[in-house]
Design a protein around this ligand. Structure first.
Ligand code: DAS
Length: 353
């Protein structure tokens, strides 16, 4: 007579081995959760724009998208639970060090970082500059909380896990997936603050992810990740770098205040092509002579700042931020100065990264 217990144990063993076999051919993806709208919750399904960010824990996020298990072996870590407008340098470093450590693990094939959309572009660029790996690192957020009608977070998260588990996403630098699009962490920025197609790159997306498949159309050429000279594991503190947003009536005192606050570099978010108001030039020249790096970026979203055009950068020993917007220029300067780069070296770095 066949013992029913033995039969049940045999079935359990078969199920376990089947699951193991199924899992064995799936990539291992770690989801590092930091907060933001993708973890947000609103009072009703109609609250698509008014809600509280950073409420839902990572395990609940993962459970809310059971389809993840079809494409990867997923596990989550709650790195922080904040709205990303408050993502400080210290939080950047802590996240970067965790990503770098996981990327070194043989049992990790890709990493997803869920993040608020407000400063997602800064974190993506920071990781792009400082995590020495070819493995896919994918940042993802959402513009609506999961409680809202037509919430975008679940599919954004699914797409991010697909890309993070994809061998063809390796060595493309840090990636950002929202709204079915795959953008470079270097190029992408939040251009619209109240639509689901909020993110874009002026040089174009790298590709799209549709129904669990990646479609690539270009690859980054600027240095990143494994080819970077920077290493988050070697950085104990980011250099203090501040941004001054310029306009017709800008007082020179704003630049003085940034320097007085300890800034090692000032990002000038200039009008037009990084133009500097006449009353600010003597102050910036004085601050440069006092050792503060002066980096001309632009408040204008598109294009790039031309060296020696609006200002004689060679004569003043100033740096131009190339096509980087002020917030990305701040990240690059903070990293480069943390590893003690000179102004000549700084300009090379802004050309290369
Ligand atoms: N406050 C925003 C943030 O956390 C919410 C979001 O869009 O993610 O960045």
């Amino acid at each position: 007579m066949f013992n029913p217990l033995r039969k049940r144990l045999a079935l359990l063993a078969l199920a376990a081995s089947t699951l193991a076999a199924l899992a064995a051919d799936k990539p291992n993806v770690v989801i590092l959760a930091t907060g933001g709208t993708i973890a947000g919750a609103g009072a009703s399904t109609l609250n698509s724009a008014s809600y509280q960010a950073a409420k839902v824990p990572v395990d609940k996020l993962i459970l809310s998208v059971p389809e993840l298990a079809k494409v990867a072996q997923v596990r989550g870590e709650q790195v922080s639970q904040i709205a990303s407008e408050s993502f400080t340098n210290d939080k950047l470093l802590a996240l970067g060090k965790r990503v770098a450590a996981l990327a070194k693990q043989a049992d990790v094939d890709g990493i997803v970082v869920t993040h608020g959309t407000d400063t997602l572009e800064e974190t993506a660029y920071f990781l792009n500059l400082t995590v020495r790996t070819d493995k896919p690192i994918v940042l993802v957020g959402s513009m609506r909380p999961g409680t809202a009608l037509s919430a975008d977070g679940a599919l954004n998260l699914y797409n991010a896990v697909v890309v993070a588990g994809s061998p063809d996403a390796r060595a493309k630098g840090v990636l950002v997936t929202l709204n079915d699009q795959i953008d470079s962490g270097r190029d992408v920025s939040k251009q619209i603050n109240i639509k689901t197609d909020a993110f874009s790159s002026q040089w174009g997306a790298l590709g799209m992810v549709v129904e669990g498949r990646n479609y690539w159309f270009r690859a980054p050429i600027k240095r990143h990740t494994a080819q970077s000279e920077f290493d988050v594991e070697q950085i104990s503190q980011l250099a203090p770098v501040e941004i001054v947003y310029s306009y017709g009536n800008v007082p020179a005192s704003l630049y003085e205040a940034a320097a007085a606050g300890g800034a090692k570099a000032i990002i000038h978010a200039g009008t037009g092509n990084g133009s500097v108001a006449d009353r600010a030039v003597p102050t910036l020249r004085k601050l440069r002579q006092q050792g503060v790096q002066i980096i001309r970026s632009a408040r204008v979203a598109g294009g790039f700042v031309l060296r020696n055009a609006e200002q004689p950068d060679d004569q003043y020993d100033w740096v131009v931020a190339h096509d980087l917007n002020p917030q990305k220029a701040r990240i690059l300067a903070s990293v480069a100065l943390a590893q003690g780069r000179s102004s000549q070296d700084l300009q090379r770095i802004f050309w290369e990264y």
